[in-house]
Design a protein around this ligand. Structure first.
Ligand code: PBG
Length: 327
């Protein structure tokens, strides 16, 4: 061993903050971030979501205010979820022009629609009294093709209300194609579809079911969402189908437990790849931080950087405004 050993010293580029900053390969930008927001019909005050400290079910007013804050912080987009006062088996509030989500889309688009991208989650679970993402058969199964008609109608209602992009999250077969055809037929050929392509049947959605009040009354979503143990090829097949049906951007969900899928998508497709850092990912870090067990801000930023490094162009995160400010 020569006296100069080691010649290669990776530590040289880590010597100080300026050096590390200059060579950093992963630089999340505020415009990469999309903030999911909840708006509830007929409430007077924003309601905190117990399992997601810092997240609220908004009133129309508090939603507008939070949307402004996100826009001022430079966030790239908002994705809205609506919680109606009345639910029924077919989720009628979902495509009612006066339904809470449509009202909120009009409100928010009018205020910040020129600054950021206002979009809607296109699904039925927030609107159905049984909490499932579709129309049920008498046997209690989700009827794929009957559900597609509802999604198509909901997407059109959302576009009419000013949604600049729609994001179907129900994992029905053919949902992207059905929505594309309906949007085109209604004069919305310009409205892009962000497809939840690889969406896993995940325990990480737990807190969301409080936030959106959409826990299924019986059963679960494992007949339509992907099995976490399913082969990677299944995710690739889903994304190929969505692209063939006209998806403009694709999503992996959840994010942190599925970084390999994000990377595979980035290496395979030629459209933007989004990743959804879901409610359970948020709750885990907030809860650990509230106990004083972790450094909250560092852990949030590290998780965002990891998702970006894995290949996500866009990141849906409940911390979007805070992270955008920090960047
Ligand atoms: C379905 C939908 C869900 C989430 C986003 N869209 C719930 C589900 O599939 O059960 C979860 C988001 C999160 O956990 O943060 N409309």
């Amino acid at each position: 061993m020569s006296a100069e050993f080691p010649v290669a010293r990776p530590r040289r580029l880590r010597r100080n903050a300026a050096m590390r900053r200059m060579v950093a390969g992963t630089r999340p930008h505020p415009a990469d971030l999309i903030l999911p927001m909840f708006v509830k019909e007929n409430i007077d005050e924003p309601a905190p979501v117990a399992s997601m400290p810092g997240v609220f079910q908004h009133t129309r007013d508090s939603l507008r205010k939070a949307a402004h804050e996100a826009a001022e912080a430079g966030v790239g987009g908002l994705i809205l979820f609506g919680i109606p006062a009345v639910k029924d088996a077919r989720g009628s509030a979902g495509d009612d022009p006066d339904g809470i989500l449509q009202v909120a889309l009009r409100d928010v688009s009018a205020e910040v629609g020129d600054t950021l991208v206002v979009m809607a989650d296109t699904c039925l679970d927030e609107f159905t009294d049984h909490g499932h993402c579709g129309i049920l058969t008498d046997a209690g199964d989700v009827d794929n093709d009957a559900t597609l008609e509802r999604y198509a109608s909901i997407a059109v209602a959302q576009a009419r209300a000013g949604s600049q992009m729609v994001a179907p999250s129900g994992m029905m077969d053919g949902q992207v194609g059905a929505i594309r055809a309906a949007l085109d037929a209604d004069g919305f050929a310009d409205v892009p579809i962000l497809a939840y392509s690889a969406k896993y049947a995940s325990a990480f959605y737990g807190p969301f079911r409080d936030a959106a009040e959409c826990a299924p009354r019986f059963g679960d979503r494992s007949t339509h969402q992907q099995d976490p143990a399913g082969p990677l090829e299944e995710a690739l097949r889903e994304v190929r189908l969505d692209l063939a049906e006209g998806a403009d951007a694709v999503m992996v969900k959840p994010a942190l437990a599925y970084l390999d899928v994000i990377r595979q998508f980035r290496d395979t497709v030629d459209v933007p790849v989004a990743a959804y850092q879901v409610s359970g990912e948020y709750a885990m870090i907030e809860a650990a931080a509230a106990n004083g067990w972790v450094d909250r801000e560092r852990m949030i930023m590290e998780s965002i950087v990891a998702i970006k490094r894995a290949g996500a162009d866009l990141i849906l995160t409940y911390w979007a405004t805070e992270v955008a400010r920090a960047l």
